[in-house]
Design a protein around this ligand. Structure first.
Ligand code: FE
Ligand code: FE
Ligand code: ZN
Length: 313
């Protein structure tokens, strides 16, 4: 009897401890410049008090890429280790000129994506976020088979996972609902190499109601499966639910709102999923240090813009 009681008490303590202790992994988009490369990205992330980060290996809107400098990469990894950034939580983002949905630019897109995946490997990471693409007239069904074709061309012999990002449904974007994402995943042969990145601004713009995030998550789980959810983009939206616009807003200043975003960020089911802010700069200054503070302290900061200006100017 006594032993059982002790055991029960022990479990109870462990349970409470694990409930309280859970933390999120939060960071933001950072730059990757020619000179400092990954080392610069890591330093920028640490300057924001972040646990992780996301970057493009060059400008998102072009294909100009510098060769990866091994020394800088090595130094960056030492720096990450010293400061508790786990490389498994670091995300690369593919440039948005890659469009796998329409065959007009297939050769370029496949070739460039292959090179990009090599760079991700060279940098020592294993996750790259990709926009499924825009069908530009060929229709969703054709677009999905195009995307599947390309992914199967690209996802060969690599440890790198492609994370398909949920889109706002602007123009002819594919992947603005979980079913389309699921149809793409179904076509990919190499299932170990495919995951999903959920963008809060995009899903709200696509018509998902973030007033009830647990329902959205259940939906996601039923259609795609939570085990595929490997990254969250945490953004507020300048537009109301269903607007299909894709314009990000600072945390708590948009139509999703602070409380709804907090229920995403503090969702216990997502405690191991890296969360990345892609919110807009204010007067050319990054908001991330202050937004991360807001999120970690669970307190909305109505003076965000003043704080940014007085810190950086
Ligand atoms: Fe994106
Ligand atoms: Fe995003
Ligand atoms: Zn977006």
């Amino acid at each position: 009897m006594g032993f059982k009681c002790i055991l029960y008490a022990l479990f109870k303590v462990m349970y409470i401890y694990s409930e309280k202790r859970y933390y999120m992994i939060i960071g933001s988009h950072v730059s990757f410049n020619k000179k400092d490369q990954l080392l610069g990205s890591v330093k920028e992330a640490l300057g924001y008090g972040a646990d992780t980060f996301m970057f493009y290996t060059g400008a998102p809107q072009n294909t100009v890429r510098v060769p990866i400098n091994a020394d800088l990469t090595k130094e960056a990894f030492i720096f990450m280790k010293e400061n508790g950034i786990n490389p498994n939580n670091v995300i690369v983002h593919a440039p948005y000129i890659v469009n796998l949905a329409n065959e007009s630019n297939f050769d370029f897109s496949i070739r460039f994506l292959r090179e990009e995946i090599k760079r991700v490997e060279l940098l020592g990471f294993d996750k790259i976020v990709l926009h499924p693409g825009s069908h530009v007239g060929v229709g969703v069904d054709k677009a999905i088979s195009n995307i599947v074709y390309c992914l199967n061309e690209v996802l060969v012999d690599t440890p790198v996972k492609i994370l398909l990002e949920t889109m706002a449904g602007k123009g002819t974007e594919v992947g603005s609902n979980f079913l389309e994402i699921k149809r793409i995943i179904d076509g990919v042969s190499n299932k170990d190499n495919i995951g999903v990145c959920l963008d809060t601004c995009h899903i709200s713009d696509a018509g998902y109601d973030l007033n009830d995030f647990s329902r959205v998550l259940t939906d996601f789980d039923n259609i795609i499966g939570l085990d595929r959810l490997l990254c969250i983009h945490v953004n507020d939206s300048k537009n109301e639910m269903g607007a299909h616009k894709d314009r990000h807003e600072n945390i708590g200043f948009g139509h999703i709102g602070f409380d709804n975003l907090m229920s995403v960020v503090y969702s216990p089911k997502l405690k191991d999923v890296p969360m990345i802010l892609e919110t807009p700069y204010f007067e050319s200054c990054p908001p991330y240090k202050f937004e991360i503070e807001m999120i970690k302290s669970k307190k909305f900061n109505a003076n965000l813009y003043d704080d940014i200006v007085s810190y950086y100017k």
